[in-house]
Write a protein that binds this ligand. Structure first.
Ligand SMILES: Cc1cc2nc3c(=O)[nH]c(=O)nc-3n(C[C@H](O)[C@H](O)[C@H](O)COP(=O)(O)O)c2cc1C
Length: 192
C-alpha cells in the first residue's frame, strides 16, 4: 500500500505532459484534497481559474502579451521574435491544463502572509493528491504574475487579488529522477 509518506518522497515536478486531458471529476477531487489545507480563521483563501481546451487561448494570449510588455520577448514582429513566440505558444498549448491560483489581497502584512501561506499549503496538498491520481503538476511563479495588465487580461482586479502560483497540469510524459534532499540535520538546530 502506498502511503502519504511514500507520496511525499516520490512526487516530482513534471515538465512534460501527455496531450490527454485529466477528467474534470479527478481535477475536482484533487482540488478538494487541496482544500483540506489549514488556513487561519478557516478563511480557505484559495481561488482557482482552470484553463483547458480553447480556454487556454485566452490565458496564453495574455501571457504572450505580458512577456512582450515586460521585455521577456522583444516587442516587435521580426521573424525571429514571431518564431520564438510561436514556439512558446505551442509549448504552453501542449500542456493540458493551467490553473491560476489566487487569493484576495490583504492590506495587513500579517494577514497577507497568513493567506499566502495557506494558499501554498493548498497547492502542495493538490500536488500530493494529484500524484496519487497519477497526475503531474508543475508549480510555477513567473514574471507575468506581477504584471497588473496581465491580471486585467484574465479578468482579475490587481488591486484586489494576488496570484500565488500558476500550475501546469496533466498526465506525466516523463517523470524526472529523484532529487533527494539536504539531510535535515544540516537545517535543524535543537535548542535545549
Ligand atoms: C514556489 C515555487 C515556485 C516554483 N516555480 C517554478 C518555475 O517557475 N519553474 C519550474 O520549472 N519549477 C518551479 N518550481 C518547481 C521546483 O523547481 C521544484 O519543486 C524543485 O526543483 C524540486 O523538484 P521536485 O518538485 O521534483 O521535488 C517551483 C516550486 C515552488 C515551490
Amino acid at each position: 500500500m502506498i502511503t502519504l509518506l511514500d507520496t511525499i518522497k516520490a512526487r516530482r515536478s513534471i515538465h512534460s505532459f501527455h496531450e490527454k486531458e485529466v477528467e474534470i471529476d479527478i481535477l475536482k477531487e484533487i482540488f478538494t484534497y487541496g482544500s483540506y489545507a489549514p488556513s487561519h480563521y478557516m478563511k480557505e483563501p484559495w481561488e482557482i481559474k482552470l484553463y483547458q481546451g480553447e480556454g487556454k487561448d485566452l490565458l496564453i494570449d495574455a501571457i504572450m502579451k505580458s512577456y512582450q510588455r515586460i521585455g521577456m520577448i522583444p516587442n516587435n514582429q521580426e521573424p525571429k521574435t514571431v518564431k520564438m513566440m510561436d514556439s512558446m505558444r505551442s509549448f504552453l498549448l501542449a500542456i493540458p491544463h493551467h490553473a491560476v491560483i489566487y487569493f484576495e489581497r490583504e492590506e495587513d502584512p500579517v494577514r497577507y502572509e497568513e493567506e499566502y501561506a495557506a494558499v501554498c499549503a493548498f497547492v502542495q496538498n493538490c500536488q500530493l493528491a494529484a500524484w496519487e491520481y497519477g497526475v503531474g503538476m508543475l508549480w510555477t511563479i513567473t514574471p507575468y504574475m506581477h504584471d497588473s495588465t496581465f491580471y486585467k487580461d484574465i479578468g482579475l482586479d490587481p488591486e484586489d487579488k494576488k496570484i500565488a502560483a500558476v500550475m501546469q497540469i496533466g498526465y506525466p510524459k516523463k517523470i524526472p529522477s529523484a532529487k533527494g534532499r539536504t539531510p535535515i540535520d544540516e537545517k535543524l538546530e535543537i535548542i535545549k
